[in-house]
Design a protein around this ligand. Sequence first.
Ligand SMILES: [Zn+2]
Length: 169
Amino acid sequence: MIYPIVKYGNAVLEKPAEPITEFGAELKKLVDDMFESMYEAKGVGLAAPQIGISKRLAVIDITFKEDPNAKLVLANPEIIYKEGKQTQSEGCLSIPEFREPVTRPNKVTVRAQDINGKWYEKTGEELLARAFLHETDHLNGKLYISHLSALKRDLIKRKIRKLIKAGEW
Ligand SMILES: [Zn+2]
């Protein structure tokens, strides 16, 4: 099932999500639906709050279907190590049409549970590190625009408010 992506302005995007406690058929179905919804939206990462479900769950595939082994399920993820710095243009499916350069650590290790509840650690660099950070932020109710200067952030918010008023958001 393909879920519509929740857009900026919806409160679910800005509150901390609830831990995943049950690893069963229901979660597997949700994860399948999240991958499907992410691919449909042309994204490389999706957090459950972005489909209106306030749970600490995210999916990532930075290869966008190229490599089946690159499909990652992150339940209850936490960033446990960060190193270096990178600045790249970043966007978010919940804030469509906007992109801004964001400086983040270049190498991070995430600790998360897989689809079966098994804990694992994975280290990623560059885009994968960015995806780990971006999706984990989502589960803490934080959007990438919070990493921008107040000036840039307010400009984007103002543009979005206009779009909302015009019924184009
Ligand atoms: Zn996002």
